[in-house]
Design a binder for this molecule. Structure first.
Ligand code: NIG
Ligand code: FE
Length: 409
């Protein structure tokens, strides 16, 4: 059993600290862990004697994965663009021709809430089947008041109607939508709509906890991102950023300056960005699924970030354009082979550090007394086999708040 007990978030050497207990057990009451330790000790507790016992048969148990960056709600795949990319077109070329995010926006606007919900429900079932128990979800394929609210409203419904926790992020600033690109000062007019119309509604209806901006070439500038995130703060939305993915814009240092919860991607960071992240509380969330799917060779400099002391997390970035996967085990495999992270570092990055990125380190991310009984159980002999086997999931059971949500008892 990997408890990941102890102080989080983890940096540097402590990123390898899994708190491993051979033959461990947890005692759960009302979905919360009330005891954790060696099986013999936990089973000797008076309360344990009356408890229902779930024997995991010597398999590997660890905290459920916290997927801290997804674009959960979208209408369809972009398999047609995948083919264009294989033939040599770049992600940005496709976007400039009206494909990319705008392609997904068109599809989402045409889709009913019912259809979107069905697709997301199916995805959430799969997330659970791969050992994930908490999912962050971003809007950003609506880009109009009605469509953004449709997405955020679905986050709320999904959170209430299925077992995984869904953490909602407002990403109205994904790109400037097509109808505003035709106008003079279109970007400014769209930003005004975001700040004056969308944010008040998001805040009033409590539809999101975080505000995110895609700060990059073809999306929003550093200056625009700062204004949007500052406005978000006024509405109680904590900032996070898509940063330094395609080009270096200074978004990572903006995230640090603003005390953002995380900045994500980071393929293009320079030495001074790495130093700034190393000294900050802003989580450096790496998304190797994007580089893998886009066939790019330049992954984020994980080792330098770890050496600088950054709080490194890992997430799927589940989305139809750059990372159509919901498998955290696959992300761990990529982290090991492409980011040169060890299996232990990758597991810490996908659990306790990711929980910190969602400001939920007091509730999830480790198996400790007082935390939710969110557990992934893997049919492997050694935790290192979780990333070692790639493209398959050996997740045998997933437990959310003490309830089995995937696998058989
Ligand atoms: O995280 N970079 C911006 N957003 C997504 C891609 C969205 C899309 O292509 O649909 C990302 O990579
Ligand atoms: Fe993303």
């Amino acid at each position: 059993m990997l408890t990941l007990r102890g102080r989080g978030p983890r940096r540097g050497n402590s990123l390898s600290n899994l708190g491993l207990i051979k033959d461990g057990a947890v005692l759960v009451r009302d979905g919360v862990i009330v005891a954790v330790g060696a099986q013999t000790q936990v089973e000797a507790l008076p309360e344990a004697r009356a408890a229902e016992k779930l024997d995991l048969g010597g398999r590997v148990a660890l905290p459920g994965f916290v997927d801290s960056h997804t674009h959960l709600i979208h209408a369809a795949s972009r398999a047609e663009e995948y083919e264009l990319k294989i033939e040599g077109a770049s992600y940005e070329e496709i976007a400039r021709k009206g494909g990319g995010i705008l392609n997904s926006v068109k599809k989402l606007r045409a889709a009913t809430a019912e259809v979107l919900k069905k697709r997301a429900m199916a995805a959430l079932k799969l997330f659970a089947a791969y050992g994930t128990t908490t999912v962050e979800a971003k809007s950003g394929y609506g880009l109009s008041i009605a469509s953004e609210m449709k997405i955020l409203g679905l986050h709320k419904e999904l959170a209430a109607e299925q077992p995984l926790e869904v953490v909602s992020t407002f990403l109205g600033a994904h790109v400037v939508p097509a109808e505003f690109r035709k106008k003079a000062d279109g970007a400014e007019k769209y930003i005004a709509l975001l700040i004056d119309k969308m944010m008040p509604e998001v805040a009033e209806k409590k539809l999101a906890e975080f505000c995110d901006v895609f700060c990059d070439r073809g999306a929003f500038t550093r200056g625009q991102s700062k204004r949007i995130l500052e406005a978000g703060k006024q509405y109680g939305l904590a900032p996070r950023l898509h940063a330094e993915q395609l080009t270096r814009t200074g978004a990572a240092q903006l995230a640090v300056e603003m005390g953002a919860a995380s900045c994500d991607h980071l393929e293009q960071v320079n030495k001074s960005d790495i130093r700034a992240l190393g000294k900050s509380e802003t989580v450096a969330t790496l998304l190797p699924g994007c580089d893998f799917h886009l066939g790019l060779k330049k992954y984020a400099p994980a080792r330098e970030l770890i050496e600088a002391g950054a709080i490194v997390a890992l997430a799927t970035d589940y989305n139809p354009g750059t990372s159509p996967t919901l498998s955290m085990p696959m992300i761990l495999s990529l982290a090991c082979t492409q980011l040169r992270m060890t299996a232990a570092e990758a597991i810490v990055a996908a659990t306790i550090n990711a929980a910190y990125a969602l400001r939920r380190e007091a509730q999830i991310g480790s198996l400790e007394v007082g935390k939710l009984a969110d557990i992934g159980v893997f049919e492997v002999a050694d935790y290192r086999e979780i990333p070692y086997y790639f493209g398959v999931s050996h997740c045998w059971m997933t437990v959310k708040r003490g309830r089995v949500i995937h696998g058989n008892k």
